[in-house]
Write a protein of this length. Structure first.
Length: 217
């Protein structure tokens, strides 16, 4: 099962507050989630996708794509949400989990296909963020092979935990999955990248905002 954890969009992306208003951050979070769900819907093979969120906008988007929902009423953060969702997957007998965040707007469906192509019968596939510090995709087979603990520096701990299972570990790097949007300095890279995703379209409609971002950078 593919799990996409999404925090409540009201008040999301606080680190972008120097350049984006709360309303703009909400719109950007929604656009980025649409981009992720678009990519998942275009994969060569139909996967079971579930959005893990208590946010009504995120839940509505999941339904519009025909994806599942795990209600996250407590909103404990990405780590807590995935821990809860992993337990749900285990109870349902899911053979794997692939965790991907909802804020990687340049993700491509062929990158997701490549993760599954590289996945061992039992083991792990990890895709780090562009900085090499975060984890932007984590496939575990079986579904609860080891706990996931997200944060700014999650990649190396995840890599160590995966290797400690003594099962195969694949590390892949992709430009689309690699770009997450957390800081103002991430926004010019998103706007300048090739493509016309929902998030890119939105930011390109805000030239004044982009001037503020450039000044902040």
């Amino acid at each position: 099962m593919i799990l996409v954890p999404v925090k409540n969009m009201d008040g999301s992306k606080q680190r972008l507050s120097p350049v984006l208003s709360p309303a703009q951050r909400h719109l950007l979070a929604k656009a980025m989630l649409q981009d992720v769900l678009d990519a998942l819907a275009k994969c060569s093979r139909r996967h079971e996708v579930t959005v893990v969120s208590g946010d009504p906008v995120a839940q509505h988007l999941a339904k519009s794509y025909g994806f599942g929902i795990i209600a996250d009423a407590l909103n404990p953060g990405e780590t807590g949400a995935i821990e809860m969702a992993t337990a749900y997957c285990r109870q349902r007998g899911a053979k794997y989990t692939l965790v991907m965040p909802g804020d990687i707007p340049l993700v491509q469906h062929d990158e997701i296909d490549a993760i599954f192509a590289a996945a061992p019968p039992e083991g792990t596939v990890l895709v780090p963020s562009a900085s090499g510090r975060g984890t932007n995709a984590a496939l575990r087979r079986p579904a609860d092979l080891f706990p996931l603990r997200f944060g700014n520096d999650s990649f190396l701990p995840h890599l160590a935990a995966a290797r400690a299972t003594a099962k195969p570990v694949e590390v892949l790097r992709f430009p689309g999955i690699g770009l997450d949007v957390d800081e103002p300095v991430d926004l010019p890279d998103l706007v300048a990248a090739p493509g016309d995703t929902h998030a890119q379209q939105l930011l390109r409609q805000w030239p004044v905002v982009m001037e503020q971002i450039s000044a902040h950078a």
